[in-house]
Ligand binder design. Sequence first.
Ligand code: URA
Length: 281
Amino acid sequence: MDQKSSTEIKAWLEFYRELGIENFYRRTPVPKSETLRTPEASVESKSVPAPSLADQRATLESAPAPIQSPKFVMPTPKLSLFDPVAPAQARRENETLEQIREDLGDCQRCRLAKTRKTIVFGQGNPHAELVFVGEGPGADEDEQGLPFVGRAGKLLNRMIEFVGMKREDVYICNIVKCRPPLNRVPEKDEIEACSPFLFRQIASIKPRLVCCLGAPAVRTLLGIKEGITKIRGQFYDFAGTKALATVHPAYILRNAREEHILREDFEKIRDFLKAPLQEKP
Ligand code: URA
C-alpha cells in the first residue's frame, strides 16, 4: 500500500475510533469461479452471494449510522472503508428508499418469489424516528402490497395511537418482503436473501428506535436467540441507534390476556422518544 493510502486509512480509523467504533470488518471478495457455482448465481446475477446476517450486522455496526436532529448532526464520512469490496446488496451511503426499492426490482432472489402475489417493501415516513420490523407479509399484505394491514396490523395501529403517534409517522416493514406459504416462519436462506434490503432501508431512514416485533425480527436484527418473553421490553444497541424487542401483535391476538406486555413495551417506546436526543460527548 502506498504512503498516501496508508495515511488516509489511518486518519479514517482514528475518525471511527473517536466515534467509539473499535472493530472493523473487511469483506473478502469471493473468487468469480465460486460465485458461478452457487445456485443463486444463475437466478440473481453475477454479483457475490448475499452476505451472511453476521456480516451484515458487522458492516452496519462498524459504519457510523448518523442520527440527525436539529441539535446534532454526525458528519458523514466521504469514504467508506467497505466500498471497494461491498457486494451489490450492501449498504451504500445516503441512498433513498426509492433507490433501494428500484434495486430490489421484481425480486427473484429466493423461493418466496414463486408463491407471492405482491412484494411488500414497507410503508411509512422515510424519515421516521420509529421503525417497526415484523416477520413477513400475510395473506392481506400479499394482496394489498402493504405491511400490517390485516388483524395484526389493526392491533399495531392501535398501539401506535396508544403512544400518541399516527401510522403515517412511523415506518413499517418486515424481515422478508414476500409472503411465506401458509404464513410459515421465513427460512434462514430467505431471510439472508432479503434482509440486506431491510438493513439498507433502516440505514436510509436513520430512525432513533427500531422496534422488533417477535422473535424472528429479534434474531435477524440483533442476533439474539433467547426467547422473546425473556428479552422483550429491553433496549439494545443496533447499528449506532437503539432497538427494542417486543412480542408480535399476532401473539397477542392469540393470547389476549397478555396485552399488557405490548402496553408496557409501547410505554417504553413512548418515553424513549419523548426524551431529548443525547449529544455524543
Ligand atoms: N405480520 C407480519 O409480521 N408482518 C405483516 O406485514 C403482517 C403480519
